[in-house]
Write a protein that binds this ligand. Structure first.
Ligand SMILES: [Zn+2]
Length: 216
């Protein structure tokens, strides 16, 4: 994926945003590849309750935290301290409070940039021949497993800079040292992101990740 240097882009856009801009801005927010615009009031009780409800509807927040800590996850509350803004015609809105923001970086609404993200999602699937291992590309299942605290071995393929695909083995887990939702990598190198399942899925697809299916 092309990394766009913000310092080179002096372009700003202001509301009202066009339909296309709204679509691309929200896609950017949801991509999980970049840090989204967030509400400056996030992390307070109302915002945390909103974020918790999104992923754990009907569950009890305090009970959940207790359970996670018992599983050895030191700061489970960190997963709910970020609330992304939503792009609308009138600018960015917070889905929880009345915070508004009227500008965006131009590149955030750039169709080409967002098409790059689509390309990641539609990256070719590499054939993986490794009989004897029960491998899976069910990324929703993988996501659920790591959110429950499992650490899962996987193979992936680097194709970015190489003529021939390069296979590597990685560990997929919930990152415990930061407020990241996941970590894919080996010691010293990897992908971490605090964002959504969609962002995680995009990385998995881009690298044709195949994980070892646990017998549970
Ligand atoms: Zn807010």
């Amino acid at each position: 994926m092309e990394i766009i240097d913000k310092s080179e882009s002096s372009g700003m856009i202001h509301s009202p945003f066009t339909e296309d801009q709204i679509k691309n801005l929200n896609k950017y927010q949801d991509s999980g590849q970049f840090h989204p615009f967030t509400c400056p009031n996030d992390g307070d009780e109302k915002h945390v309750a909103f974020e918790f409800e999104k992923e754990h509807a009907g569950e009890d927040y305090e009970e959940y935290l207790k359970g996670e800590i018992e599983k050895g996850i030191p700061f489970p509350e960190m997963s709910f301290n970020q609330t992304s803004l939503v792009a609308t015609k009138d600018g960015w809105m917070c889905p929880v409070c009345d915070y508004k923001q009227y500008w965006a970086h131009e590149f955030m609404a750039d169709k080409k940039h967002n098409e790059e993200m689509d390309k990641c999602l539609n990256a070719p699937i590499h054939t993986f021949i490794n009989p004897g291992f029960n491998l899976s590309t069910d990324y929703k299942l993988l996501w659920d497993l790591i959110q429950k605290g499992q650490r899962i071995p996987a193979w992936l393929v680097y194709t970015d800079e190489y003529k021939e695909p390069i296979w590597d083995i990685v560990e997929v887990k919930k990152s415990i040292w930061t407020d990241c939702k996941y970590s894919i990598g080996v010691r010293g190198i990897g992908y971490e992101n605090k964002q959504t399942f969609e962002g995680f899925e995009m990385v998995c697809k881009k690298y044709s990740l195949h994980f070892v299916l646990p017998k549970i």
